[in-house]
Design a binder for this molecule. Structure first.
Ligand code: SI3
Length: 306
């Protein structure tokens, strides 16, 4: 069983997956990417092969290569590497979970299968149990993202009694905006679970509800700003925390009006970090670069030169 170690808190960047211009996985920029997160954003925790990382568009073999590279390059630089191992196939999940152990990951997370969907919370818990059992020594997180999986079960129902069947369960990554459900998850926390919120533009509300930290895509390039928001909240300086959240929201709203999606998000990161992350993989289409540049420009004008 995973020991009840230090709780995962603070900001966790959900990484983009670097591709070559021809759409192949590009491991060669991962070292540079990690340095950028640590040195420029003050972010030392990452969530790899998640939604932002387009994991469901990659083969098991590619996901293993990515996991190996993030873990190896992150050693000594990052505090935590959490690997998302969710797939449609239980067997693939288990293979990736076992591989995450070999790679030296600090934890694993799993989304609900989304093509053939679990009929109820019990079925989803059973699925999660089978995956967790393949890597019982690793902290295990349920990744709740109902709008993308189409599985609209309450997370609070999914985690009910979960530690009885998954001793390594350590919390959840909640990428939904139902704060009633989120609050109920927090309220049943036995203390050693962590609740990471995943809607970056609403982080402050989730902190008030008891979030321990956050996982998100925008922490790749707004990590330093959002770290300041976390500090302000911890100090009880709500005025400062709101100011930072409102600025961040203004940037996201501007991006939404430009057609914000994962492809644009990746291109915004390219523009701001200078790291060639390549296009998204099909079925996503590359975004209009001028629109991503406009968002990057907006960000610089709202937050100051990045
Ligand atoms: C639907 C989606 O991609 N949500 C993002 C957010 O970080 C999101 O990009 C952000 O709040 C901007 O809307 C994360 O919750 C996803 C995430 O953490 C992941 O990549 O696994």
């Amino acid at each position: 069983m995973a020991p009840v170690g230090k709780k995962l808190t603070g900001l966790v960047a959900a990484t983009f997956t670097p591709l070559t211009p021809h759409g192949e996985v590009n491991l060669s920029v991962i070292g540079q990417y990690i340095d950028y997160l640590v040195e420029r954003q003050g972010v030392r925790k990452i969530f790899v092969n998640g939604t932002t990382g387009e994991s469901m568009s990659f083969s098991v073999k590619e996901r293993k290569l990515l996991t190996d590279e993030w873990c190896q390059r992150g050693r000594g630089k990052l505090d935590e590497v959490i690997v998302h191992v969710g797939c449609s196939s239980l067997k693939d999940c288990q293979e990736l979970a076992r591989h995450a152990v070999e790679a030296g990951a600090d934890g694993i997370a799993v989304i609900s299968p989304s093509f053939l969907k679990p009929p109820n919370a019990v079925a989803l818990r059973m699925f999660l149990q089978e995956v967790a059992a393949a890597a019982p020594a690793l902290p295990f997180y349920y990744y709740h993202i109902p709008n993308l999986t189409g599985v609209h079960l309450l997370a609070s129902d999914v985690v009910e009694g979960i530690e009885e069947i998954i001793p390594s369960f350590r919390g959840l990554k909640f990428s939904g905006s139902d704060l009633l459900d989120f609050g109920q998850c927090v309220s049943c926390n036995p203390g050693h679970w962590t609740h990471l919120y995943g809607v970056d533009e609403q982080l402050l509300a989730a902190l008030a509800m008891g979030a321990d930290g956050a996982v998100g895509s925008t922490y790749n390039y707004m990590g330093s700003t959002m770290n300041r928001l976390l500090s302000a909240f911890d100090k009880g300086d709500l005025e400062q925390a709101r100011d930072l959240q409102f600025k961040m929201q203004a940037i996201i709203l501007f991006a939404i009006k430009e057609g914000f999606n994962l492809a644009m998000n990746k291109q915004i990161m390219c523009e701001l970090s200078g790291i060639p992350l390549g296009p998204p993989r099909l079925p996503l289409l590359p975004c209009d670069v001028s629109k991503a540049c406009a968002v990057a420009q907006k960000l610089r004008s709202v937050l100051g030169e990045q």
